[in-house]
Design a protein around this ligand. Sequence first.
Ligand SMILES: Cc1cc2nc3c(=O)[nH]c(=O)nc-3n(C[C@H](O)[C@H](O)[C@H](O)COP(=O)(O)O)c2cc1C
Length: 204
Amino acid sequence: MGPADLPIVVAITGASGAPYGVRLVEVLLAAGCDIHLTVSPSGQAVFAEEIGRRLDLDRFDPAVLLGRMPPTDGTWTYHHYKDLMAPIASGSFLTRSMVICPCSGSTLAAIAHSMGENLIHRAAEVHLKERRRLVVVPRETPLSLPQLKNMQAIHEAGAVVLPAAPGFYHGATTVADLVDFVVARICDQLGVRHALMRRWGETT
Ligand SMILES: Cc1cc2nc3c(=O)[nH]c(=O)nc-3n(C[C@H](O)[C@H](O)[C@H](O)COP(=O)(O)O)c2cc1C
């Protein structure tokens, strides 16, 4: 993990789980993180399907993504998924880490096989080659053998595979609690402090 003052790259792709992406961006901004954000067209489509918000990938507005004005504790920079000239396409641009949430099986496969077709794949490749923290949040069930092998491949390459698989042991009673469970575990991996859930062993 890089120094805390460096930006975190956040990519949203076309797996089910738009609420995880929304909450993650909100929590990172509220925690004062500087984020570089990109969204795939399938991420855009699933977003509209699941939470009815129409992201414009050419004229991106974080207020549409969040459903409210973004927290101003942190900063956001948006990059179009096709923009391979963006700073996050180069290892010389220093970052703290990258998270893909949610991560589709297609994006997982592209990373596992170094088949970089867009900025998301390229930025992930950069994080692997630079030995920086890459957290991938797949959502699929059941899993095919190729998907399992792709997860193994990126794990061996240094990525953290963090499935969107919420636990129930923290006293979850709402969907928001389940979303927060996954976002909390992502933040733990990114080294971002949070109070999203009661940790095991904590009494209050
Ligand atoms: C409504 C909807 C839900 C989807 N859910 C998933 C999913 O949960 N997991 C997954 O891996 N792919 C899912 N897909 C398929 C991906 O969106 C598709 O593989 C796409 O090519 C991913 O492209 P991307 O990785 O560039 O975002 C879904 C597609 C749609 C339209």
